[in-house]
Design a protein around this ligand. Sequence first.
Ligand SMILES: Nc1ncnc2c1ncn2[C@@H]1O[C@H](COP(=O)(O)OP(=O)(O)OP(=O)(O)O)[C@@H](O)[C@H]1O
Length: 274
Amino acid sequence: MNLELHAVQARHPAAPAGASALRGLSLSLSAGEQVAVIGPSGAGKTTLLQVAAAALKPAAGTLRLDGADAWALRTAALQRLRGRLFLAPQTPPLPPRQRVVTAVLAGRLPAWSLATSLRSLFYPADTGAAHTALERFGLAEKLFSRVDRLSGGERQRVGLARALLSPATLWLVDEPLSALDPTRAVQAVTALKAMARERGATVMVTMHQVDMALAHFDRIVGLRDGRLAFDLPTAQVSREHLLQLYAEHEDELTGPAAAQPADMTPTPVVMHCR
Ligand SMILES: Nc1ncnc2c1ncn2[C@@H]1O[C@H](COP(=O)(O)OP(=O)(O)OP(=O)(O)O)[C@@H](O)[C@H]1O
């Protein structure tokens, strides 16, 4: 699916009037593209995903998905369109007593009839597919565990496994790595990208780990104060771009730009032993 945002202004529903989270943002993604969005806390990354998922109506500007102006559609058509989008929040809202298999299969809901959806709550409809999806995230052994017995990182991976079951062709993933250790983070981002490529799905991922974004994505969008700071192929993102993007938020910057410049490397202490 291709995505076009034009001059979008949007505000978090709980924010005071006039406090825009996105301020005239334009951005487009071609079908099958994979993009990482970075920027300091409060830059508007989550709001951008919510607008792209047609979950939050922009105050101004347009959202086009495969050429259709989403908010000009009738309610039924908008609902159908939303069935082709997958928004993975940073903390997936998983019912605590639910089994992992049921939580993962919920990704299939847009493709199922009401009867199949209800039946699957009691007799999981495609356990094999849920197992395969969990396997991609190193979680196969948790298939029948209860969601409330999982760690934060395991829940996050269940949320991602759900994407693999969904019929969506646009995946919007918010901070998928925030609760994962470095090994799991690499495994998760690799699986997500590979599966999206296999399906031809477009992917937009927000990330705090700048080094991970640079290492795993070919295109980087830098967002600051609700505006586009840059939108570049990864090879063109310089240390200066990153330092400007995170100016006054340097503590949030990880990776190459955060590394101490060579001339500031402390001189090794020489110990003299008698
Ligand atoms: N729950 C909320 N109530 C009120 N305003 C909010 C709320 N969440 C976000 N905002 C406003 O929207 C702006 C953008 O927030 P958003 O969550 O999109 O940024 P972000 O880049 O995803 O931040 P983070 O990296 O910390 O998750 C914030 O600066 C804040 O002003």
